[in-house]
Ligand binder design. Structure first.
Ligand code: AHR
Length: 334
């Protein structure tokens, strides 16, 4: 008896450790029942988020929206910037799996090549939410839902506007296209939607199409090449505002007037793009909303609680002409 009461310090430490491990194990099981990996049992949801990068004004606004919404929703956010590299995103997701976060959310830099890591998350019992951009995985059970825009529609709206503007053109209308980064859903889909829409008028021809990686520097550099290679450019379709803004510099430097000599159509409607539109340097913008944070946090709570969520949730968006941009600018948040 005496021996039992008088445990040595190492034995007492081992007993405490065993009971902590037991309680921890039970807590982990409890969390996985609710659909989450469960790092701890304090009732707080932990989200691991892998962001594409910081390539554009849109992306900056999206990151702010996610960080602010996580704080407002009481969700602990682990955030990683992948610097536009898929391998960095895969590494971040694997880290989140190891850390046993409750939910993983990410905006895939490209559409393909995610099945293996998504399967790892699924096997670990951690639900995945795709936001902004989707993946082309055939197995839809690898993620819970997608939240973001209809990029094909954005491209189509841009193309339809151009078809209307050029309906009385009697000769060829030469279009150059600045694509987003190769393999990205918004680059693939905007190209598709725009191409389908302009097919309505055989005068409208894409004479050159190159990736500018969604950055101002990329847009400027590729537009400089286009201007050197093609003496007659009538229209620029840029897959985002930032590439369009970079192209403005190249067009002005080439002695042309943006918005007049070259009609400029972009996507996003961030403040700088809207200012260019209001100033008559851009001619039309199809909106893509970056303010996905509040809906994302709501979805995270639902999937963590094991609730059913729709497989795809699309953001409501509009389009802007110069007049509409002038009106909307004073209240534009990003
Ligand atoms: O995925 C959304 C796109 O990514 C935005 O249109 C672009 O600006 C960003 O970089």
């Amino acid at each position: 008896m005496g021996k039992m009461r008088m445990q040595s310090a190492p034995w007492r430490a081992a007993a405490v450790l065993a009971s902590v491990l037991l309680v921890g194990g039970v807590a982990a099981c409890g969390n996985s029942d609710t659909g989450g990996g469960g790092s701890k049992d304090d009732g707080k949801i932990t989200m691991g988020f892998s962001q594409v990068g910081a390539e554009s004004g849109w992306r900056t606004a999206n990151t702010t929206s996610i960080k602010e919404s996580a704080a407002a929703a009481g969700i602990e956010l682990k955030f990683d910037d992948a610097q536009q590299k898929q391998e960095n995103q895969i590494k971040a997701i694997r880290n989140y799996i190891q850390q046993k976060v409750d939910v993983i959310a990410f905006s895939p830099v490209v559409e393909s090549g995610w099945d293996t890591v998504l399967k790892e998350a699924k096997d670990a019992g951690i639900p995945v939410i795709l936001t902004d951009r989707s993946v082309d995985s055939a197995d839809k059970t690898l993620y819970k839902t997608f939240l973001g825009s209809d990029f094909v529609k954005e491209g189509r709206l841009a193309g339809e506007w151009l078809v209307e503007q050029k309906k009385s053109a009697s000769g060829p209308v030469n279009i150059v296209e600045l694509q987003g980064n190769t393999g990205a859903a918004p680059a693939n889909d905007r190209k598709k939607g725009f191409g389908e829409a302009i097919a309505a008028n055989p005068n409208l021809k894409i004479i050159a199409s190159q990736p500018g990686d969604f950055t101002r520097a990329g847009g400027k550099q590729v537009m400089e090449q286009f201007l050197k290679a093609y003496p007659k450019i009538d229209v620029l379709f840029a897959h985002n505002d930032d590439m369009g803004l970079g192209a403005l510099e190249a067009i002005t430097a080439a002695g042309k007037t943006p918005g007049k000599d070259i009609t400029i159509i972009t996507v996003d409607a961030v403040k700088d793009g809207m200012q260019a539109l209001a100033d008559g340097k851009f001619n039309f913008i199809a909106e893509c909303s970056p303010l996905l944070g509040p809906q994302l946090m709501d979805l995270a709570k639902k999937v963590h609680a094991g609730e059913e969520v729709p497989p795809r949730i699309e953001t409501e968006e509009t389009t802007f002409t110069t007049e509409q941009a002038k009106e909307a600018l004073p209240n534009r948040k990003y």
